[in-house]
Each structure stands twice: as structure tokens, then as C-alpha cells.
Design a protein around this ligand. Structure first.
Ligand code: HPA
Length: 274
């Protein structure tokens, strides 16, 4: 599924009121419990994604389903609040829909954020991790099937899926702001059930530092489109296989909301430099 011209037109019409259609801009995708990040946009106007023709329904908790346009430090930003999840039964192309739409609207840099479970025992709940790489364990890929050559190549390179230049900017900015920013590998799973201790041990053995149910599908679509990606995980819980604590949606949402202020501060400084 690729967005149709009608959905693009609907957004552009809204954007005429919203801001600056066609301008090269940054696309922010807000993760579970992180929808409040859109509040950092100045001159913000929004449109409910439910009003966009063909836009897949957003059902996940903590995801509002709106597209907000505005500026951060003078830089044009489109924030997609309410992503699609494989866990909700969406197909990988539906999950990629929003990213492709953002790219069609002028986004060149994608900033996906997410809530994730920490696997590195040194990480703490409420902390932030810059995603340096991912392991796609969903068994799905938004690019299977005939390739749309107008979007990108048949076999997109993933050797630098997460832009090292943007990563260095984020690291330096976090240091300057006194925000602890971990770095690590994100394992993407389908969910919606959380991981067993044995699965958690396996993910760690595979080289993952955090685990979550989003982002990898979007990043594959983004790299196919040639977008630069900077992804940040909010570590909402720490999963230790030998003493697994219970994780509930409530704690994930609450911890994400607690970490949101730091993440907003970081992004406010990073976005103008992207
Ligand atoms: N596992 C998978 N997804 C998650 C987790 C987790 O522990 N925490 C937040 N999203």
C-alpha cells in the first residue's frame, strides 16, 4: 500500500493552513506514551489522521492519530502522532504508510521515537537510548512484493540504517544538555505479548540492547526512500531474564511520560541541527 494522491492532497490542503507544504522538513514519529512531544512544535496546526483518505486506522493505546505541522527552532517539522503497529493487525505496508506520506510531503529526515524494554542490565527505566542499529525479528518487511522503483531501489542498503552524522549530533547535544543518552541495538518484534525470560535471554544473546514493537518496519521504508534516520527509544522497563519484573501498559505509559521532558529537550536542540 502506497498513499494515494488524494491523501497527500488532503494533507497539503490542511497544510496550507498548517504551514509550509513542500518545504524540506523533519518527520517526527511519536512513540507509545510520547504523543506529548508534539507540544514542542511552534505554530502548530493539526489534522486527525482519521480524516485522511486511506490512512490506516490507529488503534494502539497512547497513540492519538494526528498529524501535526509546525516548527522547532525555525525548522519545519511534521509530527505523526499515532503510528500503525503490526501487533494491532496492520500489515507492514500499512505500518509504512505514514512514513511514505511524510516523505511525499517533503520529509528528508525521519525521527522515530518509541517505548522499549531495556535488555542491557546497565540501562535504567526512564532512560533514553539512541538506536544505532536494529534487528528485524518481525518476520515482515514493507518492501516485499513488486518494487515501486519510483520510491526506491529493489534491495535497499541497510549498512548505515541509522545516520551516523545525526547520531553524532544527538550524542554531542545530549552531552551538552547533561542528558544521559545510551546507545544500542533495537530488536523489533511483533508483540503484542511481552517477552518471556527465555526470549529476553535470547534477544540479549542476539546482540540487542532494547526490544520493542515498532520502528524497524518504518525505518526499512524510510531507508528505501533515502531518508536519514535518527531513532530514540524511551526505556520504559528493564527486562532481566533471571529476575523478570512484570510489565504493564500502565507502567510503560507512565514511564514514557516521565521521560518525555528530557526527550523533548533533546529533540528541541537536535532538530534545528538536522
Ligand atoms: N517489550 C516489547 N515492547 C516493549 C517493551 C518490552 O519490554 N516495553 C515497551 N515496549
Amino acid at each position: 500500500m502506497h498513499y494515494g494522491e488524494d491523501v497527500k492532497q488532503a494533507v497539503v490542503t490542511a497544510l496550507a493552513a498548517l504551514g509550509r507544504p513542500g518545504e524540506r522538513c523533519v518527520g517526527l514519529v511519536t512513540g507509545t506514551g510520547l504523543g506529548g512531544l508534539a507540544a514542542m512544535l511552534d505554530e502548530a496546526r493539526e489534522i486527525a489522521t482519521a480524516e485522511l483518505p486511506g490512512f490506516p486506522r490507529t488503534t494502539a493505546p497512547g497513540h492519538a492519530g494526528r498529524l501535526v505541522a509546525g516548527t522547532v527552532g525555525g525548522r519545519a517539522v511534521l509530527a505523526l502522532c499515532g503510528r500503525q503497529h503490526l501487533s494491532a493487525g496492520h500489515g507492514p505496508r500499512e505500518v509504512a504508510f505514514g512514513v511514505r506520506l511524510l516523505a511525499g510531503l517533503g520529509v528528508k529526515t525521519l525521527l522515530p521515537t518509541n517505548a522499549a524494554g531495556a535488555l542491557d542490565p546497565h540501562f535504567t527505566a526512564g532512560g533514553l537510548m539512541r538506536v544505532t542499529d536494529h534487528i528485524n525479528l518481525t518476520g515482515r518487511n514493507p518492501l516485499t512484493g513488486p518494487n515501486d522503483d519510483s520510491l526506491g531501489p529493489r534491495f535497499p542498503d541497510m549498512s548505515r540504517a541509522y545516520c551516523p552524522r545525526l547520531g553524532a549530533i544527538a550524542d554531542a547535544t545530549a552531552l551538552a544538555l547533561g542528558i544521559r543518552l545510551e546507545r544500542g541495538v533495537y530488536a523489533g518484534v511483533v508483540g503484542p505479548s511481552l517477552e518471556t525470560p527465555a526470549e529476553t535471554r535470547m534477544l540479549r544473546l542476539l546482540g540487542a540492547d532494547a526490544v520493542g514493537m515498532s520502528t524497524v518496519t518504518e525505518v526499512i521504508a524510510a531507508r528505501h526512500l533515502g531518508l536519514d534516520v535518527l531513532a530514540i527509544s524511551c526505556l520504559t522497563n528493564v527486562n532481566l531474564p533471571d529476575c523478570m519484573a512484570e510489565t504493564t501498559l500502565e507502567t510503560v505509559l507512565e514511564t514514557a511520560r516521565r521521560a518525555e521532558a528530557d526527550l523533548a529537550r533533546l529533540l528541541a536542540a537536535v532538530i534545528p541541527a538536522c
